[in-house]
Design a protein. Structure first.
Length: 134
């Protein structure tokens, strides 16, 4: 029986299948449904769990070389909300693209982790791989 780390067996299974340069999406509660992409639904009620909570939970055992978020995130959220996300990423490179452009890449993702998050455009696409020091 697992005593530490991620306890959800479906989430553990999904994470174990991610390889180098694969992508994984952590999404808010209203994210677009993609019928051909595996979805692990962790949503319980509004803001439980949040995108950032899921990110923090998987980060210790997941090599992330890039995070991509929607440009709209910067327009729709306060400086404090933005800073909370940027701080969580640490040295992981962050890029921004229009939300519609990100959605075009989602069908190639290994899976989507749906949360209960209500923050506008809090969705993030994680690319697996190691961050190289420049």
């Amino acid at each position: 029986m697992l005593k530490k780390g991620i306890l959800n067996p479906q989430l553990n299974d999904l994470l174990a299948r991610v390889r180098h340069n694969n992508t994984l999406v952590i999404a808010d509660r209203g994210y677009t449904y993609f019928p051909d992409v595996e979805i692990i639904d962790l949503s319980l009620i509004d803001d439980i769990p949040t995108v950032l909570q899921v990110f923090e939970a998987i980060k210790p055992n997941f090599d992330i070389c890039k995070v991509t978020m929607a440009e709209e995130f910067k327009l729709e959220n306060t400086e404090a909300v933005q800073q909370a996300f940027f701080s969580a990423f640490g040295k992981i490179p962050l890029t921004f693209k229009p939300s519609d452009d990100i959605k075009k890449s989602v069908p190639k993702a290994i899976g989507i982790i749906r949360t209960g998050d209500t923050i506008q455009y809090a969705n993030m696409m994680l690319e697996s791989g190691r961050v190289t020091e420049q």
